[in-house]
Design a protein around this ligand. Structure first.
Ligand code: FE2
Length: 600
């Protein structure tokens, strides 16, 4: 444990706010200066430990260094939730469930007392900032702020949904920007409280289907595409609508509220059958494999129905045309697409990091606009708040190892060469500028490949990503061309800006775009705006000129179980360990010695 050292500089005129999320999963830090984000990064991207939940010392250090700030320059440090409230929830649940909770209790005490409850002291000792500068937002206020304050809308309804914060698992309300003299407001008048939780319901199925909770929920969504919702009626026994339009879980089917080790009960197993053993491959041709896929499809269906019902009543109640979605459940692209088309809202916004990592940014923005009553500011509409990649570093590393290295000072040449690589069927590691905040590669840390044919999908799963074969890949397409290949509803292109929704591939393109078309004909596309990632946009155009179809497969630049790459050395290491043929970082292009030549 070391404190961040002071380097001694100060700009007294600026308002410097540091946001922190930590101690649950996916820690992060974000710096907001004069109301505008300057830097934000997840701890895992720097520590290289996937879903790193530790106090984000590296992320904080980088954010401050990037802005040339010292800890004493900070006007406020904002933690993304209220530790004592969370502690209260853990304590209450443990006591209520005693003696069943006797195993959970020491665990909860250890983790809460060890980290969360003493957050103020931790922050103070690491950063050397006085306790009076340390503020706390509520967990769902942070989600709401991340969703609303960064979205290009002046007034919007807000719906946040996750596993659990302090007590809240879902909040509804609305936000107003400070325009025409009024102050910025975020009002969340109603909430659903733990243990009633859509996120926990979905996570219980994630565990039941043999995947990792808080990490593999998207695998359940992918598996759902292979199943039919044949057990929807059974899932509905687990959750029912309440008189106020919200929902409640039947707690007899769950154990997440009373044990440390299991999220579903023996009654759940009686209802759905034996769970899938983790790490065993899913054989979709077997009866059990189909049963698991049907379970995934059924819980997905119930989740979507519940969210659409909530969003629809929120629309009727507020009469607003815009909706901002926050919380980890807003990563569910199938649900988001249905909310857009069925709830009555014209526009739906999901930030690039709707989960807890994005709460670091949300907490800082909330403090600026609400606590300090700061003026409204335009927030750039992109996810690129992390460290920049250094192409010179890549050139040095690759030259030392004897790879073929091009330093392309002419941008057009680099784009043309890379488009040629992709056209020839090579897999390209693509690093450009600042790292994305959030779980999705949106054009700066991507693995790119031809989207044509299922061979490329299988090759990527086998040689590059080393992952389950049912996992679909996503495409990226210039926003102007998206309609040609994908069935986008009104407002769909906006939702596809950060890959937040799943839409249908047009039937006539499903075979040609086989590598990115899921078994049910859908895909989670990114509709790329030129301004957001101009180099990738230029690459798509160049590729389109060669092949007639400006659509590329775009998957996050990481191997299974590893965080997305950050620096050139991490991209280079990944490039060496898998079937990527070409690596581009900045102006540097590297061809692999052996496999590059063999794929000519
Ligand atoms: Fe959360």
């Amino acid at each position: 444990m070391h404190a961040i050292r002071s380097r001694g500089s100060i700009d007294a005129d600026r308002m410097n706010i540091l946001g922190i999320s930590a101690h649950y999963h996916d820690s992060a830090a974000a710096l907001v200066i004069d109301g505008v984000p300057v830097s934000a990064v997840q701890e895992e991207r720097l520590s290289r430990r996937k879903n790193d939940a530790a106090f984000p010392l590296l992320a904080i250090e980088w954010c401050l260094e990037h802005a040339g700030l010292e800890p004493e320059d900070l006007d406020a440090v904002v933690f993304y939730e209220r530790p004592m409230l969370k502690f209260d929830r853990i304590l209450t649940c443990a006591l209520r469930a005693f003696p069943r909770s006797w195993r959970t209790f020491p665990e909860a005490m250890k983790s809460s007392l060890g980290d969360k409850v003493w957050v103020r002291g931790t922050i103070s000792s690491y950063l050397g900032v006085p306790a009076r500068k340390i503020l706390f937002t509520r967990h769902h206020q942070s989600h709401a702020a991340a969703a609303f304050l960064a979205a290009p809308t002046d007034r919007a309804a807000i719906l946040t949904t996750d596993g659990v914060g302090e007590w809240a698992t879902l909040t509804v309300g609305h936000g107003t920007r400070r325009t025409n003299g009024g102050g910025t407001t975020i009002t969340l008048p109603r909430e659903v409280r733990f243990p009633h939780s859509l996120g926990m319901l979905y996570s219980a199925f994630t565990a039941y289907l043999g995947f990792a909770i808080n990490e593999d929920e998207y695998k359940v969504m992918g598996l759902a595409g292979y199943g039919r919702p044949t057990v929807v009626d059974k899932v509905r026994r687990l959750i029912h609508q309440t008189a106020d339009g919200a929902f409640a879980l039947d707690l007899d089917y769950f154990e997440f509220h009373s044990t440390a080790t299991r999220s579903y009960s023996s009654r759940f197993i009686d209802l759905f059958g034996p769970p899938r053993p983790a790490y065993e491959p899913i054989d979709l041709s077997s009866a059990d494999g189909r049963r698991f896929a049907d379970c995934a499809a059924s819980v997905q269906c119930v989740l979507e129905d519940t969210l659409v019902t909530l969003a629809r009543s929120l629309h009727e109640e507020t009469g607003l045309s815009d909706l901002c979605l926050g919380g980890g459940v807003a990563l569910n692209g199938l649900a988001n697409a249905r909310i857009l088309t069925e709830s009555g809202f014209s526009r739906v916004f999901v930030p690039p990091a709707p989960g807890d990592a994005g709460c670091a940014l949300g907490a800082a923005l909330y403090a600026d606009r609400i606590h300090f009553d700061g003026p409204d500011r335009h927030i750039p509409d992109h996810p690129f708040w992390g460290p920049s990649v250094d192409g010179v570093e890549l050139a040095r590393l690759a030259s030392e190892d004897g790879h073929l290295v091009d330093r392309c000072e002419d941008e057009d040449v680099l784009i043309r060469q890379t488009a040629d690589d992709l056209t020839a069927g090579r897999v390209v590691g693509w690093m450009d500028g600042a790292l994305e905040l959030g779980p999705r590669a949106l054009g700066h840390r991507s693995i790119l490949a031809s989207a044509t044919g299922t061979e490329m999908r299988d090759r990527l799963n086998r040689e590059v990503k080393f992952r389950d074969e049912f996992r679909p890949f996503a495409p990226v397409v210039p926003i102007e061309a998206a309609d040609r290949y994908f069935e986008l509803p009104a407002g769909g292109a906006r939702l596809a800006r950060f890959m937040s929704a799943v839409f249908r591939v047009r039937p006539e393109w499903r075979t040609a775009l086989g590598a990115i078309t899921h078994v049910d004909g859908t895909t989670r596309l990114q509709a790329l705006d030129r301004e957001m990632a101009p180099r990738l946009y230029a690459l798509l155009q160049a590729y389109g000129r060669r092949t007639g179809v400006p659509v590329l497969l775009n998957t996050s630049f990481n191997l299974s179980g590893e965080p997305i790459v950050n620096r050139a050395v991490e991209g280079y290491s990944t490039f060496l360990r898998c079937g990527i043929d070409v690596l581009v970082a900045g102006q540097t292009r590297v061809m692999k010695k052996v496999s590059g030549a063999s794929r000519e």
